[in-house]
Design a protein around this ligand. Sequence first.
Ligand code: CMC
Length: 442
Amino acid sequence: MNNIFPEVPAAHTGADPTMATLTVDGRSCEIPIVMGSEGERALDISALRSKTGLITLDPGFVNTGSCESAITFVDGERGILRYRGIPIEELAAHSTFVETAYLLINSTLPTKEELASFSELLTQHSLVHEDMIFFFRNYPPRAHPMGILASMVNSLSAFYPDINDPGEGINTTVARLLSKMRTLAAISYNISVGHHVIYPRHEYSYCANFLYMMFESPVKVYIIDEDIVRALNVFWILHADHEQNCSTTAVRLVGSARVNLYAAVSSGISALWGPLHGGANQAVMEMLQNICDSGGDIAPFIARAKDKNDPFRLMGFGHRVYKTHDPRVAIMEEICETALSKLKKNDPLLDIARKLRDATREDSYFIDHHLYPNVDFFSGIFMRAIRIPLNMFPVMFAIGRLPGWIAQWKESLDDPKRKLDRPRQIYTGPPARSYVPIEKRG
Ligand code: CMC
């Protein structure tokens, strides 16, 4: 699907393989072809308007590359995902979330010493300013944690204004955000359910600390289970980056105006919240629960998803890029099983999810539309197993995606060719007309 044009070697056609020719109104111009390290090709149209007076129109950026990036490679036809060249399967099997974050942000896997000092930096910055906690207490009890998180992350720029101080160093700001966002998420949960705020403990790892802050209470000690900690590491590794998705594009676009990292990430959180993006994990569970509550028959839900007159979609299905399978799904299903069996739980929603997956594999609508489960399809079952409340699901996605947002923001900041993002449009409104005084309007 990548190469729709039949492959004719340039030597046979005599054409320059680095140039394409565009003919408009009988006049031709050359458009450079850019080649990525995995053979992906793009037309570089940055000079198109000055050469032809034309712009391109691509709603939803379906065919538009917004940048060159060395962070993540996705091949949607072959179901491949790699961070800095390393397959997601290998990272999920061997890495930790903190190590993967280091890899994404710094381009290489850390040495033992580098990993130790990065972890130490995260530990040092895990607390949040006490005054921030007052903010939380004034949100209404039903406030969605994603709205709170976006605001609190933006507020970090007020509490830690040193971000604009060149002496602060980008590594400190990055560590602050990575560490504090996890703490803010746990605090927002505790306050929303009327519990004490639990502070992080220096002796715990990043993931263990999150579980501890979420579930420790003055009346019940939370016992850290290393298998669940491992599963959470994998869960967050699977979410850590996904090249130019909606929220990452928001981070890059807002960042292109040279705002600080906190403001750029806050916009990413807001974009991620939507049910077509990171909010899908919450929407999937609501859908599976509806199926369960209505007796467990999946057929009416599949019929509704196929009905063009019904806006209903199977949540957790479909992807702009993946057209055969999403490589994260099988790993996500595995960690659901691990968590359920370790915690000796049985979730009827997992059986319903599997029934849906299997039925759609045989259904021509889903086959023809290239609709397969995506990362959000099984992720809610894992989160429910480890007692994460439903409205915190998108927050869990946001914590996972944070290293990717930071890496992409940093890459764009360091790019000497980086410009302010400012798309154009094709105007379709009325042509020029005169103002009509109110007394003369019919
Ligand atoms: N259920 C039923 N039909 C669907 C679905 C679905 N989940 N997704 C797409 N379609 C149909 C759609 O109706 C359209 O049909 P037709 O061509 O006959 O009019 C066709 O497939 C193409 O849909 P689209 O909306 O143009 O495709 P897109 O690439 O713009 O959308 C998507 C991608 C993820 C927004 C969409 O598949 C969707 O809404 N999925 C459900 C929400 C979801 O699971 N989102 C999480 C995405 S993965 C994690 C992340 O990146 O956040």
